[in-house]
Design a binder for this molecule. Structure first.
Ligand code: PEP
Length: 252
């Protein structure tokens, strides 16, 4: 049985006061039970303060990005070892906003994935197609290219300590959610591609769905056999919205 992971990607939102209120709200309403994990990924300047707030709780900490380099003259970058040092367990790599707005290639994403693992963190590898790509029938081709860049450098065994997030770009921040069937089709494809190289790892890897997931649609998505949680943007910024998705994960 795979655990559910519900991860909040706060993107470039928050302030000291707002974060404290958000984390307090989440901690106050954490669902009972087991079989799920909750994670928050605040912006870099707030990682340390959020780390102290979540310490010892059931809420894990992650970052939204990481350098592919280990150390040195890379102004403005953050090494994986630094993130690990301040308590991050996870780091998002290859989010579509980074691929599209900051020209992150799949090869660079693969290097970040490996840097995270070398430092002892769990990378959350985001993959997903744009609307024109879906309409052109190229969804699987796009996913394969993004996945293979990591498979070819890190190997399938590396996914024993990684998470994959399928995030159709057309669903991110748009209010348009993939149907459970649309998402399941892609999740099944991702797991099968991995199984082609390592069936055991493929069976165990968590594959999250991301793209306008909310309390109202979470249960349907999470009921699908290959959907193991969510990567949540907008709905992770309000405790009650985030907790509604967490609740759905405990019931699925
Ligand atoms: C995201 O940015 O990873 C995301 C899924 O955003 P949203 O939930 O707002 O669509």
């Amino acid at each position: 049985m795979r655990e559910f992971l519900v991860a909040g990607n706060w993107k470039m939102n928050g302030s000291t006061a707002a974060n404290e209120a958000l984390i307090s709200g989440i901690l106050a309403g954490l669902p009972e039970g087991s079989g799920f994990r909750l994670l928050v990924c605040p912006p870099f300047p707030y990682l340390v303060s959020v780390a102290s707030q979540v310490l010892g709780s059931k809420l894990a900490l992650g970052a939204q990005n990481v350098s592919e380099h280990a150390v040195g003259a890379f102004t403005g970058e953050t090494a994986a070892s630094m993130l690990k040092d301040i308590g991050c367990e996870y780091v998002i790599v290859g989010h579509s906003e980074r691929r599209a707005l900051y020209d992150e290639t799949s090869d660079r994403v693969a290097a970040k994935f490996q840097a995270a693992q070398v430092a002892g963190m769990t990378p959350i590898l985001c993959v997903g197609e744009t609307l024109p790509e879906r309409e052109a029938g190229a969804t699987e081709k796009v996913i394969d290219e993004q996945l293979d860049a990591v498979l070819n450098t890190a190997g399938a065994a590396a996914f024993a300590k990684a998470v994959i997030a399928y995030e159709p770009v057309w669903a991110i921040g748009t209010g348009v959610t993939a149907t459970p069937e649309q998402a399941q089709d892609v999740h099944r494809h991702i797991r099968a591609r991995l199984a082609g190289q390592d069936a055991e790892v493929a069976e165990k890897v968590q594959i999250l769905y991301g793209g306008s997931m909310k309390g109202e649609n979470a249960a349907g998505l999470l009921s699908m056999p290959d959907i193991d949680g969510g990567l949540i943007g907008g709905a992770s910024l309000k405790a009650s919205d985030f907790l509604a998705i967490a609740e759905a994960a405990t019931l699925s």
